[in-house]
Design a protein around this ligand. Structure first.
Ligand SMILES: *[C@@H]1O[C@H](CO)[C@@H](O)[C@H](O)[C@H]1NC(C)=O
Ligand SMILES: *[C@@H]1O[C@H](CO)[C@@H](O)[C@H](O)[C@H]1NC(C)=O
Ligand SMILES: *[C@@H]1O[C@H](CO)[C@@H](O)[C@H](O)[C@H]1NC(C)=O
Ligand SMILES: *[C@@H]1O[C@H](CO)[C@@H](O)[C@H](O)[C@H]1NC(C)=O
Length: 967
């Protein structure tokens, strides 16, 4: 179930192909006036009544004069001779601008009156996964049925059906089906699609499908297919009439697919085995698939290059080998593709997310090439010459490589068909003159980090069909011209972040409201925009205005009313005044980020209406008063950051009881007093608990070992909670439940993704009035990476058990009253990068060990009876002090390496956190391959990363960085 979201996109794309084929070709009979049959009109109206049509999809349906001819209603087609309704097609539009518009409700049995119905398609709407109504079995002329998300128990009468879609993409949970025996009766079946229905328990699927000898199309996408019994394969063959086979996202391995796949060979045209576990090099046996038109093998673990015979696949249109482990020089791969007729047929070449190196060779010979995606490889060199003859190119995506050089207008002069351009995150410089009129009309433009500044790219003025524009991080220090905001009616993602743009923003609510755009995503963060926040569109999904100079109050939010906002980030501006108290309208918010402003007054009660909120940060404002009890209702909260305010009162006991999803809780730098309530120990998922800089007194509760996430050295899931909302695609608000699944796609993938917030584990109780000993239970928190108990009044010895905390990088026990000697087990903490034991009552010799001596003497200062290296005062037995042994030396070097690794670890950790924490607009979610977009973003962060790593600032600095962002 790796990538529901990705599949959804694919699915939509796939359906559009099908629809195109099926759209009834009703003859244009504008002369013949066919009035529909009264009974059928009434039946349709009854059907309409049981639906919830919020978007007026069926507004053409009615009894009024001028509407009476039901044959002219949307989705209805009649026979031009008899007038009977033959087609009812209310499938949700795939149009990007209409994705939110769905029908809900019940499917009325009134449809049974449409005796002549042949084609019924209600797919992609929200009929709540209700079973396929029995009555549909009586529609015995039906040839095509698509209810997508119905429950498959097929009425027996459906024997004549030739196309059957039961796909279940609407539901986040796979519906599990038992035996599929019933299918074998459908002998005329030519098209079968059971996507997203869990067939794990249908071990007979192969046998049954093998009986369907007329089958031309078999789509079993995301079906959790059980392994095929090898003995079946030798006795039953799938129909060799199959032309389209889609078994993507099924965890299939090479050995389970290849044996029977290559039996089908000759007739197969479309083959999709993406999102499986195919390993090794691309098998020679594909050579026999002489009719192959579409070959899609993305997201497997294929290695090596492209075999030579691919050059002679004369029908091949689309070759998608993206997200694999292909390697070698691109020129060699292309060479193999260019040896024969494939050069003329190939329209789409997708090799992104591999490990391919070298420059792009000249591609002029690929005369049909429309789409070229090479992003996220290790390609370099210049791109000017190799692509100059690509007249037909519609999609050019090269992001995330190391291409260099200057791109000027000439590069685009032959690309009049270009619709998607993605050059983001290379080392390219785009020099396009002010008066340039591009030969293309783009729909998607991704030019992050292309050094286009300092002027705003005026040529954009000619791009009036844009859906997505990303010109982030381009050193643009200019005002945004007014025309930009009116550029295109359909634009739904704008990313201007990380520039130096200035000026005031116009009324954005006028620009982006109304026209049916589902979910706008606006990211103008990290610029110099100022003045009051402009009126904002209520149908937005992501609004990131952070890190600017907006000022004034935000009480205007109350006039926005109901909205679809999902991520709202105003952090790091100059905003002030009280927080508005109208959060009821904002209940789709999953992230509210108001940190680093000057908001004052109390946290309003209505904040409790944010029932979907996962991240709430009010950090570093001037908020005062007690926490409102209503926050209790925000039970999905995984990050609650109220640090650096003037909040007071006791830490509420309900926090531990009601907010059990908390992963990060920060109340630091406030005026909280009283004890740490033991109820807090219910926060089993907590990974970062920061109560520092308050007036909390009493003892540390013994139950801290209930923090189970902290007791684990490994993280359950590096992406817990936080990454989630980043993947909400605009316009598909209803599919938020897909998120968890989407996240899994990265789980198996190494590199950047393993270090995300899930790995930060930190406990900070410093600068309070805690007393008593450190409970031994804290030493069970084996996953702790940072522990700060400094500046309290803690007493007793440092328990030797501290040696258990092997992951510790940061340990601060300074300015307390700890006594006794330093346990020698402390020396076992080989990852320790920062240690502070100063100003306690520790005594005796500092244990000789690996790195305890390598710390600065100040780490031990203020402990009058402490002696030995690195302190200047010698212990009584110093005379016999031996030179450090050879082993010690070896260890020291190792440790230094280790420290460096851990530094990098933090940097990447921070990075991961950053990804999770901030709403990342646009690019990310709009790319077909989400991983790809994620990567783009990551590479955008690379500069920052190398600066930080190169500076190699101390651990503490990194930690504070981590937490400053966190906070
Ligand atoms: C499919 O169903 C089986 C059994 O009901 C379940 O264990 C499995 O997790 C399901 N697979 C998916 C991908 O939902
Ligand atoms: C509809 O009319 C056209 C001629 O206008 C005819 O060719 C076609 O066969 C008719 N279709 C049906 C379904 O009767
Ligand atoms: C491309 O990278 C390779 C090594 O990765 C290097 O040897 C080569 O010189 C680079 N080419 C260009 C044009 O930068
Ligand atoms: C710290 O604790 C000691 C005894 O446990 C007590 O005498 C002292 O007053 C305390 N100091 C503070 C600042 O609370």
């Amino acid at each position: 179930m790796s990538s529901k979201l990705f599949l959804l996109f694919q699915y939509i794309a796939f359906l559009s192909v099908i629809l195109f084929q099926l759209e009834p070709r009703v003859a244009d009979s504008n002369k013949i006036v066919v009035r529909c049959i009264d009974e059928e009109r009434e039946a349709l109206l009854t059907f309409k009544q049981s639906l919830v049509d919020k978007y007026g999809i069926l507004s053409s349906w009615g009894r009024e004069d001028g509407k009476r001819d039901c044959c002219k209603w949307r989705g209805v087609r009649c026979s031009n001779t008899t007038g009977h309704v033959k087609v009812l097609n209310l499938r949700r539009s795939d149009d990007e601008n209409a994705r939110m518009k769905v029908l809900k409700g019940k499917i009325s049995p009134a449809l049974i009156k449409l005796h002549d119905l042949r084609h019924l398609d209600l797919s992609n709407n929200h009929f709540g996964g209700s079973p396929i109504p029995k009555f549909i079995g009586s529609l015995n002329k039906l040839r095509y049925l698509n209810l997508s998300s119905g429950t498959p128990s097929v009425p027996h009468q459906l024997q004549n059906i030739s196309r059957l879609h039961f796909s279940n993409i609407e539901n986040s949970n796979l519906f599990t089906m038992g035996t599929v025996e019933w299918l074998s009766n459908l002998s005329s079946l030519r098209h079968l699609d059971l996507s997203c229905i869990n067939l794990t328990k249908s071990s007979d699927w192969f046998l049954v499908v093998a009986k369907l000898q007329s089958l031309k199309t078999l789509v079993l996408r995301s079906c959790a297919l059980p392994p095929i019994n090898p003995s079946f394969v030798s006795h039953f063959n799938l129909s060799t009439s199959i032309e389209t086979l889609d078994l993507s996202d099924n965890h299939l391995s090479s050995s389970s697919v290849y044996p029977w796949l290559f039996n089908l060979s000759r007739n197969i045209k479309h083959l999709n085995l993406g999102y499986n576990q195919l390993r090794g090099s691309i098998p020679e046996a594909f050579q026999d698939m002489v009719s192959l038109t579409f070959l899609k093998l993305p997201s497997n673990e294929l290695e090596g290059g492209i075999p030579k015979f691919f050059g002679n696949m004369c029908s091949l249109n689309i070759l998608n080998l993206s997200i694999n482990k292909l390697s070698g020089q691109l020129s060699e791969l292309i060479q193999n593709l260019s040896s024969g007729c494939t050069m003329n047929s190939l329209e789409g070449l997708y090799l992104h997310d591999n490990d391919i190196t070298g420059p792009i060779p000249h591609l002029g010979g690929f005369s049909s090439l429309k789409a070229l995606k090479l992003g996220k490889n290790r390609l370099n060199g210049t791109i000017n010459k190799s692509l100059s003859h690509s007249f037909k190119l519609e999609t050019l995506a090269l992001a995330g490589n190391s291409f260099t050089g200057v791109i000027s207008e000439a590069f685009f002069s032959n690309m009049s068909k270009l619709q998607k351009l993605d050059l983001a995150n290379n080392s390219l410089t785009l020099k396009l003159s002010h008066d340039w009129v591009p030969p293309f009309q783009l729909k998607r433009l991704y030019l992050a980090s292309c050094k286009m500044g300092p002027h705003f790219p005026k040529w954009l003025q000619h791009q009036n069909q844009l859906l997505v524009v990303d010109i982030s991080n381009n050193r643009i220090s200019d005002t945004v011209p007014d025309w930009f905001w009116d550029l295109s009616n359909d634009i739904y993602s704008i990313n201007l972040s990380k520039n130096h743009m200035n000026g005031k923003l116009p009324d954005l609510s006028l620009r982006f409201d109304g026209t049916g755009i589902g979910g706008t995503c606006i990211d103008i963060s990290s610029n110099h925009f100022g003045g009051p926040i402009p009126p904002l569109p209520s149908n937005s999904q992501i609004l990131n205005l952070s890190k600017n100079k907006f000022s004034g109050s935000i009480t205007f939010l109350c006039s926005i009313g109901e909205n679809t906002w999902n991520i709202f980030d105003l952090s790091s501006n100059l905003l002030s005044g009280e927080l508005p108290d109208c959060w009821l309208h904002f209940n789709s918010l999953s992230t509210l980020h108001l940190a680093n402003n000057s908001f004052s007054g109390k946290i309003p009660k209505s904040i409790g209406f944010l029932q979907n909120i996962q991240t709430l940060s009010l950090h570093n404002n001037r908020l005062s008063g007690e926490l409102p009890l209503s926050i209790k209702n925000c039970s999905r909260l995984s990050v609650l950051d109220l640090g650096k305010n003037a909040l007071f009162g006791e830490i509420p006991t309900w926090m531990g009881e009601s907010l059990q999803n908390l992963i990060v809780l920060s109340l630091n730098s406030n005026k909280f007093h009283g004890n740490i309530p033991f109820q807090l120990c219910h926060l089993a998922l907590i990974q970062v608990l920061d109560l520092s800089l308050n007036s909390i007194s009493g003892k540390i509760p013994k139950c801290f070992n209930n923090f189970s996430a902290l007791t684990q050295e490994r993280s359950f899931d590096p992406t817990i909670g936080l990454g989630a909302y980043v993947w909400v695609p605009p316009g598909i608000v209803d599919h938020i439940s897909y998120l968890d699944n989407v996240l899994l796609i990265w789980k198996g993938s190494e590199n950047e993704y393993k270090s995300t917030l899930g790995l930060v584990k930190f406990l900070d109780l410093s600068s309070n009035k805690l007393c008593g000993a450190i409970p031994e239970e804290i030493m069970d928190l084996l996953g702790l990476i940072g522990l700060n108990l400094s500046r309290n009044n803690l007493t007793g010895p440092i328990t030797p058990k501290i040696g258990q905390l092997k992951s510790l990088d940061f340990l601060d026990l300074s300015i307390n009253q700890f006594s006794g000697s330093i346990p020698s087990s402390l020396a076992q903490l080989s990852r320790l990068g920062v240690l502070d034991l100063s100003y306690n009552n520790l005594s005796g010799k500092i244990p000789l060990g690996t790195q305890l001596q390598s710390f600065n003497a100040s780490v031990y200062a203020g402990n009058l009876e402490l002696c030995g290296l690195p302190l200047p005062n010698k212990c009584p037995d110093e005379e016999s002090h031996p030179c450090p042994g050879r082993d010690d030396n070896a260890n020291t070097t190792e440790d230094e390496d280790d420290q460096f690794i851990t530094l990098g670890f933090y940097v990447s950790l921070f990075l991961g956190f950053f990804v999770g924490f901030w709403g990342v607009c646009g690019t990310l979610m709009l790319n077909r391959s989400s991983r790809y977009g994620y990567y783009n973003f990551l590479t955008g962060m690379k500069d920052w990363l190398s600066v930080t790593a190169a500076g190699r600032s101390g651990m503490a600095r990194i930690m504070s960085l981590v937490f400053r962002v966190l906070i």
